[in-house]
Write a new protein. Sequence first.
Length: 593
Amino acid sequence: MHGVSPRTVVAWLDEADRQIELGQPRVAEQVLLAAIRELPAEARLHLRLGVLYHTFGDKVAAESAYRRAIELNANCVDAINNLGVLLRDQGRPDLAAECFRRLTELEPTSAEAWYGLAVCLRYLLQIHASLEACRHAIELDGNLAEAHELMGQLHREQGDARRSIQAHRRAVELRPNSAASCSHLLLALHYDNPLDSKAVANEHRLFAERFEASLRHAWPKHACDRNPDRPLRVGYVSPDFRRHSVACFVEPILRHHDRRQVEVFCYAQVAHPDEITARLRQLADHWRDISRLDDIAAAECALRDRIDILVDLAGHTADNRLAMFARKPAPIQLSYLGYPDTTGLSAIDYRVTDASADPPGQTESLCSETLLRLPHHFLCYRPPDEAPPVSPPPSVASGIVTFGSFGAMAKLNRPTLSLWAGILKAVSNSRLVLKNWSFADASVAKNTHDLLVSLGLEAHQIELLPPRLPWAEHMADYAGIDIALDTYPYHGTTTTCEALWMGVPVVTLAGPVHVSRVGVSLLSAVGLPDLIAYGEADYHRIAETLATNPDRLRKLRSALRSRMGGSLLCDATAFCRDLEQAYRTVWRRWCAS
């Protein structure tokens, strides 16, 4: 270039690097292509070109370059690692795992290689193998924060809340400035049984002090038109505008908002869009992909859109954008739906709920936000199109009462399983069916089976299943369940709605705070308050009484779908009017402030 005709690999690479430093990455690309024409068998040149294409976001070209580098040098560690990362990020964990396995052979003392393998194995639902690889990474480097974080997630997926929390605390100690690590810890705290709600609330406040306090002085002064009655610009922020449980509750809102009152903006933190993403996108007036924006840029995007009310739909769940909210890009900010607790942020003004999930005077002191209670219920559910017809209770034909839970393994703590085992021991001819993704791993299924046996169940009473796809088959599995048992302290939401839609009554145990009261809200919405227990003995009594009353089971089964469909839980139009009225109330409050 510029009269220079470099002939050595190092000279070519130096020239490419110089062009990148000058802000000319496309010139660097031409340098590397010229180098490869002169030295086509040099793996380092293909590797560097792959890195450049990876930077451009050209994943196809990057993969081709990495693979060519590996063909030329089977031991090219950097190319193998980069290809593994690329494949993993593309949602191809099986091929990525092959790369990281090869890395562990080439560099058996590399903690990063073992960690990379553990991540892929987790995606492949090989939880035990992932845990072993993760432990190996930590043995090699005890300060590898991301390995401790993964360990926390793996323990959670085995139903071990205590070890999960310990691992996440270690990750936070090693990476105290990582908001994501702190959010993982906060979420993990909700699976512990018993749940110390005051301690959990304090942990959320500490999050705000760490990640929000330094930003408050720079919050913008919002020059919105303070007309209390004008149409509102409402923004929804979520990583779950995709096939995810949150989408079941977001879609009716986007679809049924009164466009004379609300102009809808969606801020999508979605790395891998799917058919649900495409459907939701059609329902928004404005769609913003913020998956490649940092928190400052995402906040500036909402500020430019002149959003009046910005709604967080994720809380401290994975891939949240709370750091965007901490910059206060909208005059009114709300937390809703995706997280069963306070965010801890003073930048978020309100948390949307109802009087069943947050009884007045009971949880206000635990929240940084003001509780904004809707007049009826805080959720609106869109039943899946794939749901098959409701079938008769399976006990009618078999004479065996089947209890079940399709909740995540993280919610199946030992005290809850012990409570369920006590119910089954009291109900003759009964069995328990549990289904979740963790049971795709035979070792997790065996450990859970052994635990239930140790709690007094017979082996023949236990059936542990992984979920099935397509979704219609998953929903069809409710045909084998007579009575669903809600988890505690972390209640089900989507799983409860799915069970009810399939005609399966759900028994829930009410706790003191939102995370353990969602079932109270849902059962109240469909007119089944008698299935809400207020203590373990009450939970046991309700489940046993229902199990021994086949006539009531049949009547519930046949009427539950129509009862639910006719309730406010599925009346999206009425629900949206309640939600919009709540938005209007806080808007008028702000205009008058």
